[in-house]
Design a protein around this ligand. Structure first.
Ligand code: DX5
Ligand code: ZN
Length: 227
C-alpha cells in the first residue's frame, strides 16, 4: 500500500455564518463579504415569537437574500407548526430546511415533504431534548441540527453537555444513516470549534463570533487551519 492510500481522509467541516448577527442595514454587503471570505453556506434563522421569544424574517427576505448570493441557504425554522411555511421558504430559495423536533407532530411526513420539494431535510433539537428522541426520525433526515444554546438569540454561551450529545448523535447516525450530517448551532467560537468538530459536527454555525470578528477572511482561514 502506498503512503497516500494509508492516509486517513479528513472529513470536510463546513462553516455556516448565521446572518442573525450581521448588520441588517447593510445585509447585501455583509452577505457579499461572507461569500468572499469563503464561508460554505449561509445560516438563516427564522423566529416567530411563539416557539422562541424573538422574531426575525419571513420568506420575502429569504427571497431577497437568494438573489444576492450563490451560497447555499440553510434555513433554520424556529417556528410553531413549521409545515405551514415549508413550501414558501423552499420557493424563496432555501436549499436546506430544518424544523424543530419539539414543534412537529408528524416528523416523518414533514421530512419527506421537504425532500420531495427538493431541499435537504433537517431536524433541530433543543438542549433539553434527548438524542434518543430522533431514534426513528434519523432514518428520514439529511441532517440533524444540535442546538448548543436555547434558541432565540445570538451571543449566548455554549452549553457544555451538548458536546456529549454530538458524540451520541454521531454514533446513532453511523449505525442508522451514515450519510446524514450533524450541524451544531449556538455559542460556537474560534476557541471551541475544533472541539465541536472533533465530537462529530460536520457543519458549524457561527453568528456573533463571525460577525463581530472584524475580519471574516481571517476567521475562515483560522477555521480551515485549526480543524
Ligand atoms: C439561535 C440561532 C443561532 C444563532 C447563533 O437561536 O439559532 O443560529 O444565530 O448565534 P451565536 O453563534 O452567536 O450563538
Ligand atoms: Zn440557527
Amino acid at each position: 500500500m502506498n503512503g497516500a492510500a494509508t492516509k486517513t481522509k479528513k472529513r470536510k467541516i463546513m462553516l455556516a455564518p448565521s446572518l442573525l448577527s450581521a448588520d441588517f442595514m447593510a445585509l447585501a454587503r455583509e452577505i457579499a463579504e461572507t461569500e468572499e471570505a469563503g464561508a460554505d453556506m449561509l445560516h438563516v434563522d427564522i423566529m416567530d415569537g411563539h416557539f422562541v421569544p424573538n422574531m426575525t424574517i419571513g420568506p420575502f427576505i429569504v427571497e431577497a437574500i437568494r438573489k444576492t448570493t450563490s451560497l447555499p441557504l440553510d434555513v433554520h425554522l424556529m417556528i410553531e407548526r413549521p409545515e405551514r411555511y415549508i413550501d414558501d421558504f423552499i420557493r424563496a430559495g432555501a436549499d436546506f430546511v430544518s424544523v424543530h423536533q419539539e414543534a412537529v407532530i408528524h416528523l416523518n411526513r414533514t421530512l419527506n415533504h421537504i425532500k420531495e420539494r427538493g431541499a435537504g431535510a433537517g431536524v433541530a433539537i433543543n438542549p433539553a431534548t434527548p438524542v434518543s428522541s430522533l431514534a426513528s426520525a434519523v432514518y428520514d433526515l439529511d441532517f440533524v441540527l444540535i442546538m448548543s444554546v436555547n434558541p432565540g438569540f445570538g451571543g449566548q454561551a455554549f452549553i457544555p453537555h451538548c458536546l456529549g450529545k454530538i458524540k451520541e448523535m454521531k454514533k446513532m447516525i453511523s449505525l442508522k444513516n451514515p450519510d446524514a450530517l450533524i450541524e451544531v448551532d449556538g455559542g460556537v467560537k474560534p476557541d471551541n470549534f475544533k472541539t465541536v468538530a472533533e465530537c462529530g459536527a460536520d457543519i458549524l454555525v457561527m453568528g456573533s463570533a463571525f460577525y463581530q470578528s472584524g475580519d471574516y477572511k481571517a476567521l475562515v482561514e483560522n477555521f480551515r487551519r485549526k480543524r
